[in-house]
Every structure is written in structure tokens, then in C-alpha cells.
Write a protein that binds this ligand. Structure first.
Ligand code: NAG
Length: 337
């Protein structure tokens, strides 16, 4: 028992320091460009480095140009398997810039691949974790002595999902995805339809997020998974779903929390059912960072292997399926209420 408590505390401390990776959000790619800013648009020659815009060459590129000076360190923006890759397909006259990296995503990035060029790699393969330095930026225009030298130095990033190019913009900048919510479900896999009503939880539309018990090595019985805050918030309250006529029904299975958004998440309110707030958090006004372990799943005899999430924006229940599944991390345009 004692051993198990210590073990859980260690997990909790580790999680507090590491934080849950933010599902759908890439980390810094280059040097000190922490916000993954793109080169200016329009640039000196009228070209842009935004997704699906015209480059100096006149080509429309389904990638983005992240500002980056020659020689600056390049970091893996996702975890995955790394491969050397030639952005100019081995063209001899462009060989000085024909170096890049392909990272095939694993874990939260399974199914995605990212291409970065031009990069002089420090090593040519193997597994990389997010944030690991993999090389340094090369001059993409070393082969061309006309015009393009004046545009802001950059690396080009392309993102593939299931083999198709997708827009990486909001996976790189102002990334408004909720991140992983349950410890045992790294990709927010949903049970049943997204944004469905569920009679077990008020009948308000939301998401039934799979959340299985966790079997740790050296532990006899499975433990309840941790729950990470999907938003940055300030107030955590406890909610009881059912009442018994005399006031509150205090059954084991009757617990949930709500969080009121702050900062980027201002206007949002989140409710999570089948969870119990961490006792050391307490209630009242307290800042919570996104991804912070704020609760555990309930472990009652009849607890389902999922948690139910309900989201409101300015008081209305809203459909934010894409930012939960990380299909799109752009702040949705809610209708004006
Ligand atoms: C919620 O949003 C998703 C993704 O945009 C969409 O597929 C789904 O049909 C929407 N559900 C409802 C009930 O509006």
C-alpha cells in the first residue's frame, strides 16, 4: 500500500514536470523562434511563406516557411523515426541545398510525417523525441544568385497526414488543440459518435473519451488513470450529476469537475464527468495550465472505461470535435450568439 502511494506520487511529480504532450501541437522547429513564426508576407520580392501561396519561383507550395537563419539549430517538432531526405530530388545544380529530414510520427503523431528543408543533419536516422536537436539550417538558395537571397532566411515545413499534404499552420502557431485528456488514451480516441448526447451525463452533447484502467508493472491491481486539463483555467469546481431528493446523492460514481477558461481559453467552460479532482488542488480560484494533471478517473464498481467531456463557449454548448481529435488546431469561428 505504502509502496503504491509513493509510486503514484512519483508518477504525479513526473507528469507535472513533463506535462502531457499537447496532442496536435508541434514544438519549436528553429533556433529562438519559439512561436514558429513564418517569414514576412509579402517578402521583399512579393512572395510569401504561408501555406498554399506563391513562392519566388512562381510555384504554389503546400508547405510553410518558418523563419530561420543559416546555422541555427533545428529541433524535432514531433516524435518519430527520422530519415534523410532530399528536398530537390537529387538535382545536381541544387545539391548545396538538397538536404532535409523526414520524420515519420509515432505515438501521438502516428499517421503523420513532417518534412523540413534545408537542414544539415547531425545524424541520419533512428528514433527522435520532441525537441531533440537534429541539425542546423542550411541556405535554401545557395544555388541561385538571383532575387531570392533577399527573402527572410527560413526552413520549409510540410506536413503529411495519411500520406496527404495538410496545412501545418495551426499545428505550429496559435495551436488551440485540447491536448491529451486521459493518461491511458494518448490520442483522445472517442467512443461512439463525436458530439453526441449521453443520457448517463445530463443528456448534453459532448465527447465520450476512452479511458481504460492502467496496469503498471509490479502492481497487482490496475490503477485509475490521470486526467489532464484540456484548457488553461482558473476555477475548478466539483459537480454532482444526480440528486437523491434530499439534496446530493453521494455515491462513488457521482463526481465530476468543471474548469473555467483563462488566457487563450477565455470564454470556454469545460465539464468532465466520471472524474475526481486531485485532492491537493482544492477548490476555488487557482490557475491551472493546460495539460496539468487535475483529476483521476473514478474507479467505482460501475465506472465506465471513459470520461465524458462537455464544452461551452460563452455559455453555449459548442462542437469542438476537431480541436479535441487534433484534426485542426485552429480556434473555431463560433457563430455570434
Ligand atoms: C461536430 O463537428 C464534427 C467535425 O467538424 C462534424 O463531423 C460533426 O458532424 C459535428 N457534429 C454535430 C452534431 O454537429
Amino acid at each position: 500500500m505504502m509502496k503504491s502511494r509513493v509510486f503514484h506520487l512519483l508518477i504525479l511529480i513526473a507528469a507535472l514536470f513533463v506535462g502531457a504532450n499537447t496532442l496536435g501541437c508541434m514544438k519549436k522547429v528553429c533556433g529562438n523562434n519559439a512561436q514558429n513564426e513564418f517569414r514576412r508576407c509579402p517578402d521583399t520580392d512579393g512572395s510569401c511563406g504561408n501555406y498554399h501561396t506563391e513562392r519566388s519561383s512562381g510555384e504554389i507550395i503546400d508547405g510553410v516557411d518558418v523563419r530561420c537563419h543559416v546555422g541555427e539549430p533545428i529541433y524535432a517538432p514531433i516524435e518519430g523515426e527520422m530519415y534523410f531526405w532530399r528536398p530537390f530530388g537529387g538535382k545536381r545544380e541544387k545539391s548545396c541545398a538538397d538536404h532535409g529530414v523526414r520524420i515519420e510520427g509515432t505515438g501521438q503523431w502516428q499517421g503523420y510525417a513532417v518534412h523540413i528543408s534545408s537542414v544539415k543533419l547531425s545524424f541520419y536516422g533512428g528514433h527522435v523525441e520532441v525537441g531533440v536537436e537534429i541539425g542546423e539550417a542550411l541556405n535554401r538558395y545557395c544555388f541561385n544568385d538571383r532575387g531570392q537571397h533577399d527573402v527572410e532566411p527560413h526552413v520549409e515545413i510540410k506536413l503529411y497526414k495519411e500520406g496527404k499534404l495538410i496545412d501545418p499552420t495551426h499545428h505550429l502557431q496559435n495551436c488551440m488543440c485540447t491536448g491529451q485528456i486521459c493518461e491511458s488514451n494518448s490520442r483522445n480516441t472517442l467512443l461512439g459518435d463525436p458530439f453526441k448526447t449521453d443520457k448517463r451525463f445530463n443528456g448534453v452533447r459532448g465527447w465520450d473519451i476512452e479511458c481504460q484502467m492502467i496496469n503498471d508493472d509490479n502492481e497487482d491491481s490496475p490503477r485509475v488513470p490521470m486526467i489532464y486539463s484540456p484548457i488553461a483555467g482558473e476555477t475548478v469546481g466539483r459537480i454532482r450529476l444526480f440528486t437523491d431528493g434530499n439534496g446530493a446523492y453521494t455515491g462513488c460514481d457521482n463526481d465530476g469537475i468543471f474548469i473555467v477558461g483563462i488566457d487563450d481559453w477565455l470564454g470556454f467552460e469545460v465539464r468532465l464527468y466520471n472524474v475526481k479532482a486531485r485532492s491537493d488542488i482544492g477548490f476555488g480560484r487557482k490557475r491551472i495550465v493546460q495539460g496539468e494533471p487535475i483529476a483521476t478517473r473514478l474507479g467505482c464498481d460501475n465506472s465506465p472505461d471513459s470520461v465524458f467531456l462537455e464544452v461551452r463557449f460563452e455559455g453555449r454548448v459548442v462542437n469542438i470535435t476537431d480541436i479535441i481529435t487534433a484534426d485542426n488546431c485552429k480556434m473555431p469561428n463560433f457563430p455570434v450568439f
